[in-house]
Unconditional design. Sequence first.
Length: 368
Amino acid sequence: MSGFRFPLAAAALLALSSCDRPWEDGETYPFTSTDSVTDFNEAILRLYGLVTWIDAIVLVVVAMVYFYTIWRWRDDGTNRKPEQVHGNTPLEIAWTLAPVVIVIGLLVPTVRTIFELGDAAPKEALEIRVIGKRWWWAFEYVQSGIVTANELHIPAGRPVSLILESDSVVHSFWTPRLGGKRDVIPGRQNRIWFTHTDPVLAGAPVTYRGECAEYCGESHAFMRHEVVTHEAGEFDAWLASMAQPVDPGTDPQVLAGKEKFVTTGCAGCHAITGNDQAKGILGPDLTRFGSRQKLGASTELNTREMLVQWIMDPNSIKPGTTMEDNHSRGPAGANDGMNVPGDDPSVPGTQVSKEDAEAIATYLHALK
Ligand code: CUA
């Protein structure tokens, strides 16, 4: 029986490597690395395909010789035996040379692909610093200086260069359809660059799902991200809009929420372009948060109901989130809802009321 375990395990792995897992909310994302949309992933898949074919041929040849020998010298009751020989020089040379040729055949394209993908990105590439936090992603657009979180926007048809850094522990940035899972390590910069080669039409941006692929602590499983690819012109418009101060309008409820965003302490950790009191850097930048598809590092859909729950009790959505600490612990005597060094964890801090959370949600969703 044990002889069948390996092929079964291999088949199961193959099936898993290209599965389309539905989201908890029923939405289906093509979550696969074998359906490429970038030149980078294409290069990896070409190599992967070649290696798989060579391996398959070796497997078939070896299996044929093996089963033929079993059949040829099966026990037919005559007690016959194959001719007994000692040593066979041509055969020994052949089975030494054949693996050498195969290994070289695998080595050359592998090394070539490694160097090809390791080349420096072209000068005109859009540079984005990707910073792994606990437990979310910050995206800083180097040329334009804009910052966003958890939802990476890129243009189709132009080279994009990701500079991967961590301010905490080891994470791994992985968007299967773009290819190239890459570790994000404190104290060093790793890079990936690619061009989204699949055409994207105006008015129809495409969203890909991504995950942190290296165990990084309590909320590792909830450290997700989305990559949104726009048609090139629409991407420029998005970039320009992100640099503009967000005008939340004059709706009194929105303005009341803006006030609450500051007085409840949110502004101490979160920045919003256009809100001079919101300059925090500990939490994700919330500029144009209202246009994001997901919240809590792409854990849940960005609905009003979810946002209110997130503001009141983020730990119920994402266990271990540091936002929870900021709510539940306060410095003794100063009920500002912030968790700063020296805070006394035994002192209850601000718990955001439902009313305040509703007001803040109204404000955040007005930021489009
Ligand atoms: Cu970050 Cu796992």
